[in-house]
Write a protein that binds this ligand. Sequence first.
Ligand code: ADP
Length: 417
Amino acid sequence: MSDAWLWVLVGLAAAIAAAKFARDGILLRRLVRWARQPVGTPVPDATGRWGEAFLALHKRARKTAEQREQLHEALDRFQQAAQAMPDGVVILGGQLAVEWANAKAEQLLGIDTAHDTGAPIINIVREPQFVAYLQGGQYAMPRLLRSVRSPGQSLQVRAVPFGQGRLMLLVRDITQFERLETMRRDFVANVSHELKTPLTVVSGFIDTLVDGWEDLAPDEARHMLTLAGEQATRMRHLIEDLLTLSALETDAPPQEEQMTMAAVLADVREEAEVLSAGRHEIVLVDHGPSLLLGNPRELRSAFGNLASNAVRYTPAGGRIELLWQGDSSGGATFAVADNGIGVEPQHISRLTERFYRVDRGRSRETGGTGLGLAIVKHVLERHGGRLQVESRPGEGSCFTAHLPARCIVPEPVRSPG
Ligand code: ADP
């Protein structure tokens, strides 16, 4: 081969190498530009090895993006779940710094994540018991916290260590639970007290009778037995009322049937007459629907309770009116009005509490258990109704049982003529 040909070949090779170099440069620039674009931008066009490399890079980038998306979704799901929790959740990092808190925790602890993220939680919630609990590091048992922010609110706080030096703080509002617990304790104390008094009297009489049987005149012994019998009756009434209340508190809805009101009202009036023994004027006014849908035993006892209270809290010579009538909303009311001793305004809202009495002595003397109006309230609520009390001390009271329209059985339409 001649030199000339050799130079031609060398020139050609150099030209091809330069073209390839230039193309590589262009593709490399495209690659760099593509890499700077958002993930998902289509790969630049390229053929051959460059094409394969671009495609491989593209697949890798897409996979990374998908993984990141999945992680995001998992984190979102976790945050949504923690956000939806009825309890407060706070994630604390090193130095007890707030990393995240759900809305409930913000509300219960007064955290404002927009400002407080990164700040130590003990700088935000400064209650000494809370600070001592978190700094103490003993997290096996939850801690009760009396909220300073909302007096009367009780919080249960529990720290759960996780990850590396992190804590998950669970905060629960247990105010209602504590209130119920206090009510339960008070109730047990009240019942014990109510039973203890008559029981002491009965056992006192029994001791006297056992020790001095021979020395007692028959009249004296009879008198003691009569008094002991009265106390036993008092205990029986108390236990009956307690059983009634506990039966009413079960969730089972009342077994309802049609009740003929004329018969119910006549019964209630007769019972009041017996209790009054002629000391009061008792008037019955029946303008209401003749049929009622409800539980006869419960409603009969509620109406009877209101009537017997009127007799017991109205001095002799007083007047008691039992009034049954329809109301403007399609329901009906049973009202018991008396001109008795009445109730001071500050007591009215508490009369339906168990064992609440304005005058303990008078209630006991007349055989009261302090549970009557609690029973009435429960019975009416179970029927969708309510109790209304109006009273003036020294002038009298009116206790009204409201029953909703659904308890009223429509009257049959009478054909004319
Ligand atoms: P009690 O067995 O003591 O009568 P209740 O629950 O029936 O219990 O009533 C609670 C309290 O409400 C009574 O102790 C009494 O002080 C007051 N009260 C109820 N009815 C009347 C009334 N008609 N007039 C005045 N006070 C009443």
